[in-house]
Design a protein around this ligand. Sequence first.
Ligand SMILES: [Zn+2]
Length: 412
Amino acid sequence: MDAARPHNGINQALQQQLNLSLILRMLWKEGTCSRATLSRLSGLQRPTISNIIRDCIQCGLVVEQGLMEGEKGRRSIGIAINGDRYRVIAVKVSRRVCSVMLMGLSGECYEKERFPITQQEDATITIANLRTHIAQIIARNPQCQVLAVGMTVPGPFKRENEEIIFVTNLVGWEGVHLMEELKKLGNIPVFVGNDANAAASACLWKSGNQPGTADLVYIIAGYGIGSGIVSHGRLLTGSLGIAGEIGHTSICYDGPKCECGNRGCLECYCSALVLERNLQSRLNTGEASVLEAVSGHLTWEAIQKAIRGGDEMATREFVQVCRYLAVGIVNLINQYNPSKVVVGDLLAQLAPDLLLDTVRTHVCSLVRPSIWENLTIELDSMEEDPILLGAGLLAVEQVLERPAAFIPDMPR
Ligand SMILES: [Zn+2]
């Protein structure tokens, strides 16, 4: 139990904050609602709803949006979260690129930029660059107030002390206390989470909890392999917040040693970095491919063009990586029994149809027919980057949970 909260009963001030959070979450989830609808959905009386909405309008957190069809056919004034005044900053750290987005409380993208992370770059340099980019975005947007920063990292992340456990192929991130490092941003609170969990949350939020998304696994198939697991509509995080680290489940007990300490981890056989390495190894042995022209400096554009153009060597290596991905997915299916598996990130973008066909064929051959008949495997179709959106949602969820802690004008 939260030590800051009383163990027996709650006082009036806390009750008001809980009701405020409840109404804001409803508006966030449902979109524009009338006061009558909020009253019906929440069970709170109309005067209570009116008081909460009045306070929220005063501090600019919600706006009235004209007449809408209300309860029992009556026309009522629509209420919605105000996307203009308050915003959050979403940050996605990947192994090669860092993305920063200024985001509205309802997920709108107002500004987005990326900067590269060079190979062997130390975490201190990336974090310093990040601070500069965030400060520049804030300076360019003086008309809005940035309430919080939500950030995702690609490796196992320990929520308890906000510490990165380790990230393969990134230097100097192990044990980094991100909250401490980013405190130099000023008074803006920073919230950090794992990238796959953020993508799963974004997927769930975008789907509006539609049937079929209550038990879902989102797989990030990029520079590393990770998964976010949603079970009965809730994200599974585990005791330390590292549940779903599928990249570090072994698929070969005496396989190569992984940076995590285990042997034969899925990530040793399947990732965008592994594909790049395998292609270069083939080229080094003199195997024929259109990629010979860029040997030594392979790019994703060149690899994508080779696979889509039917280059035999590039296609064979890509399919091999997809087969290993299927093995990882089967392990997840047998552990968590999802009804839907969504695959996203770099590998899924390289050759979507080929990846999906290969994965579906191999998963189908490795699970019981009754499991296969109740399973959907699809590619991520979100327009936004789900990890970046999920990073922003990390911050928004905190704001909606305790609005008075973030907005000084909010009545307490
Ligand atoms: Zn490992």
